[in-house]
Design a protein around this ligand. Structure first.
Ligand code: FAD
Ligand code: SF4
Length: 510
């Protein structure tokens, strides 16, 4: 039977069982499509990374002897739309069956179901063979529970997959070493430079421009740093083990104006495009740890495993449990617009300037920059979660809706009413001061709450608590913050609120 198999841009899994055998009656199709480049405005590096990785994947499977067809973005025959693409290929190759791997995005899942229901030939969906969990495993795990605490899910995953376990006891006799993952970086250990592939991608950039795709952000066309093949992804993984793992946990939450990546792995793109599987990443890291226990501590490795086995799978499970309603949630009724400086990086707030300019330059910011600087500011200024979501979905190299949306709308903006986070991730400038060196060189004074030089995070923090106090009054985890708010004398609170409104109305002047 002649089969057409679709490979989406984030399904570049060479170890998938589909590729175990070559079959001349099976043709694979990959296409760079306007449908995918245009649903949100993406960072130029993100478009380049996906297209280049897709091209490399196609070359590899062709080299292995598989039948495959590829549409580049500028091909005149490229239908640029998924349904048209499938119909065209079915006709051209007289396919008698259409097969696809389950997409991770709700949007594409729905589209493919509709396309298949209209096809005149048989169709079948296959697992992507990537994640530890199935789409609904998290829903089943929390069935009947009110609180969806990540920690419970994570411990269950450790036991179920026998990861960092000695029988039924966790390695290190502790499930979680989060408390030792909160060091400020003061230069005590050198940070190795990031693994950069120095690829020349100028031809591809020209093609993207010729196609008229609107992108944003910056790119060094002669020095493209991201991995775009399985081999390169494995190099990044190896580099992480041998150079970065030993301090990963220690400085996981740290920020520094001279260090963009600290000890972070930069593996999210390789995993989200499925060039690497989370299983092989964890297995490799845990084996490396066991071979080097004399100089790598369990807290570094547990911290890393928790991010992938815990958070990544948990976030995916929440997405499938809550979609499609999740994408509309805005429980705090935030309605403000994103300031322009999210696109230009022009702001006097040193922490925001660093985090945003780095995002625009590298298509990357690490977790705490995304959560406690940029996300914190967006929530404190009460920006509409749709706007925040669109920015995060566009800017980061690893942003695919299933992982971006629960992290942004849920964890960072509390728009889901606490499905993911039991309290909003908001803080005044003091948290940023504790975890980074940003404040020392800032135009603003991190100690002040109002006045011309007051740190905007301070002013906005108390204003946010005051504005949302009714919503949070029953939340035990907010009790301490609300108590402190109550202790501010009314005159001072009035000044704070006047200043906060002034900031919110003129965000681009700050
Ligand atoms: P490391 O710090 O080295 O961590 C290792 C791996 O753990 C990552 O590669 C990632 O796969 C996984 N991981 C860590 N935290 C999370 C998490 N919260 N959710 C899912 N996986 C996690 N991650 C994305 O992959 N895509 C996104 O679009 C995305 N958007 C985010 C938006 C916000 C507001 C926040 C707060 C976080 C977001 N994250 C997202 C999670 C996290 O910030 C990135 O996975 C991480 O910064 C990627 O860099 P890294 O590979 O160097 O990660
Ligand atoms: Fe950011 Fe405030 Fe510190 Fe400036 S003083 S870097 S605005 S937290």
């Amino acid at each position: 039977m002649k089969k057409l198999r679709l490979i989406l841009g984030d399904q570049l899994n060479l170890t998938h069982s589909w590729f175990q055998e070559c079959d001349e009656n099976t043709i694979y199709v990959l296409a760079e499509m306007r449908q995918e480049t245009d649903y949100v405005k993406h960072h130029i590096q993100k478009v380049v990374a996906f297209f280049q990785s897709m091209r490399n994947f196609y070359t590899t499977i062709k080299g292995q002897g598989h039948q495959a067809i590829y549409f580049q973005i500028t091909d005149v025959k490229n239908p640029q739309d998924l349904e048209k693409l499938i119909l065209l290929c079915i006709k051209k190759y007289s396919a008698e069956k259409f097969e696809y791997q389950l997409p991770d995005e709700y949007r594409l899942d729905e589209q493919l179901k509709t396309i298949c229901s209209n096809l005149k030939i048989e169709s079948e969906a296959f697992d992507s063979e990537h994640f530890f969990t199935t789409r609904n495993e998290l829903s089943d795990f929390y069935e009947g529970k009110k609180l969806l605490l990540m920690e419970n899910f994570y411990r269950n995953m450790r036991k179920k997959h026998h990861i960092l376990m000695n029988g039924s006891i966790p390695v290190g006799k502790q499930w979680n070493f989060d408390a030792s993952n909160r060091k400020k970086y003061k230069g005590e250990v050198p940070i190795p430079a990031e693994k950069n592939f120095h690829a020349n991608v100028s031809e591809l950039v020209t093609q993207i421009k010729e196609a008229g795709i609107k992108t944003f952000g910056n790119i060094d066309e002669n020095n493209f740093s991201w991995p775009t093949s399985r081999e390169q992804s494995l190099v990044v993984l190896d580099y992480f083990c041998s150079h970065l793992l030993k301090h990963f946990g220690d400085y996981e939450d740290a920020m520094h104006t001279d260090e963009k990546f600290l000890f972070h792995s930069r593996l999210s793109f390789a995993m989200n495009s499925k060039m690497l599987s989370p299983k092989e990443v964890i297995e490799t890291v845990v084996s490396f740890y066991h071979a080097n226990e004399t100089y790598i501590s369990i807290s570094q490795v547990e911290g890393f495993v928790r991010q992938i086995l815990g958070w990544r799978e948990y976030i995916r499970g929440i997405y499938w449990k809550e979609m499609p309603n999740y994408s509309q949630m805005n429980v705090l009724n935030n309605t403000n617009k994103l300031p322009d400086f999210f696109w230009t990086g022009k702001t006097k707030m040193n922490c925001m300037s660093h985090a945003i300019n780095q995002s625009l330059d590298e298509a990357y910011a690490h977790h705490i920059q995304r959560l406690m600087v940029i996300g914190n500011f967006a929530l404190l200024t009460q920006i509409h979660p749709d706007e925040v979501d669109a920015w995060y979905l566009g800017v980061y190299i690893d942003a695919i809706e299933w992982v971006e949306m629960p992290n942004t709308r849920g964890m960072s903006q509390y728009a889901d009413g606490g499905i993911i986070a039991t309290k909003p991730y908001v803080s005044s400038g003091s948290y940023i001061n504790k975890m980074s060196n940003n404040c020392a060189k800032c135009h603003y004074n991190v100690k002040e709450k109002f006045g011309d030089k007051a740190c905007p995070f301070n002013t906005l923090y108390w204003n946010f608590l005051d504005e949302k106090k009714e919503y949070f009054k029953g939340n035990q985890r907010m009790a301490m913050m609300l108590n402190l708010l109550n202790k501010i004398n009314p005159e001072e609170l009035y000044k704070i609120k006047v200043k906060a409104n002034e900031i919110i109305d003129n965000m681009d002047s700050y």
